[in-house]
Design a protein around this ligand. Structure first.
Ligand code: IYR
Length: 220
């Protein structure tokens, strides 16, 4: 017989729930992806707590199919930047469609990625396509993309909550991260997330969130 522990829900009044949900939206709405970072250091403990928050995400059969590499070593950051820029050069010079390049124009991106060296931390999220134990036996993971996507979303919220900024970066292809960080063959890079403080006076594109009406429909 499985053992269950009693779940102690945190209870708020309706009014408190309304206020808290509104406050949380307003707070979340201040989060923006940042492409220019300050080199101001961030304590390791903050990054540890952020990763622990991400690890509270739900996952298929509770397999927790994620792994996080946190890099502050200048040498490794430099190696990552070099490999990422080589791939991005190919993306911007032939691999991305004209439509794609057009869609990116408003962000002013190109293949040059100084943030990969300037940001004090790079968090590389890996997905574990299957589980591999120490004896080399394989077992299944389920809903891996969904699970790691959820954990990554929670990672971004935890970063924002700590007063830090991030960029959800996907240099493509990303296999070089598996090599540089020496990760096992059951793991594939999922996202590369520079974390730190914004550069002084950094600007972000003037974009808006879609309206509630355009992203939802209520059936009451
Ligand atoms: N990976 C490239 C291109 C890029 C793609 C998308 I979709 C973006 O939202 C932003 C950039 C780069 O990082 O420049």
């Amino acid at each position: 017989m499985e053992k269950f522990k009693l779940y102690e829900a945190q209870k708020y009044t309706e009014q408190e729930s309304i206020e808290k949900s509104k406050y949380y939206f307003e707070y979340s709405n201040q989060r923006r992806s940042i492409r220019e970072f300050s080199d101001k250091p961030v304590p390791k403990e903050v990054i540890e707590n952020i990763i622990k928050s991400a690890s509270t995400a739900p996952s298929g059969a509770n397999k927790q199919p994620w792994f996080f590499c946190a890099v502050s070593s200048s040498m490794i950051k430099k190696e990552i930047r070099k490999a990422a820029e080589e791939e991005e050069y190919e993306n911007y010079h032939g691999r991305m469609s004209d439509d794609w390049l057009e869609d990116l124009k408003k962000f002013g991106t190109n293949e040059i990625k100084p943030f990969l060296e300037v940001a004090p931390w790079l968090i590389i999220v890996f997905k574990q396509v299957y589980e591999l134990n120490e004896e080399g036996d394989k077992s299944n993971n389920y809903y891996v993309n969904e699970s790691v996507g959820l954990a990554s979303g929670m990672l971004l919220s935890a970063i924002h909550n700590a007063g830090l900024v991030s960029l959800t970066h996907t240099p493509s292809p990303m296999n070089f991260l598996q090599k540089i960080l020496d990760r096992p063959k059951n793991e594939k890079p999922f996202l590369l997330i520079p974390v730190g403080y914004p550069a002084n006076g950094v600007e972000v594109p003037d974009i808006e969130r879609k309206s509630l009406e355009s992203i939802s429909k209520f059936f009451e």
